[in-house]
Write a protein of this length. Structure first.
Length: 99
């Protein structure tokens, strides 16, 4: 759990710090920073993620993985039952043909 949280925090930290310090460069002036000269305001979305949000999402993901694992086990059991029924049907079909 601690390793997962550390990984998530690291990803968030490095992703935000890299994008924060990467200035965009004007394509015709590669050594100068771009400035906005439009009259429309710049809209940007800022999504704040708290520690509680991350913990809740990690716990939800762990619960979903547990449910998926249980569903997979049930599917395997049903598959084995279906295979056994199929073999029984094959045997009874062969016996019926022999009569």
């Amino acid at each position: 759990m601690k390793t997962t949280l550390l990984l998530i925090y690291s990803i968030i930290y490095y992703a935000t710090s890299v994008t924060s310090f990467c200035p965009s460069v004007h394509p015709q002036r590669p050594h100068s920073f771009t400035t906005t000269t439009t009259s429309q305001p710049i809209k940007s979305a800022l999504h704040v993620v708290t520690e509680e949000d991350v913990i809740a999402l990690v716990e939800e993901a762990e619960d979903l993985w547990a449910k998926a694992y249980e569903a997979r086990k049930a599917a395997n059991e049903l598959s084995e039952k279906a295979e056994a029924i199929g073999k029984d049907a094959e045997v009874s079909t062969t016996e019926a043909e022999d009569l």
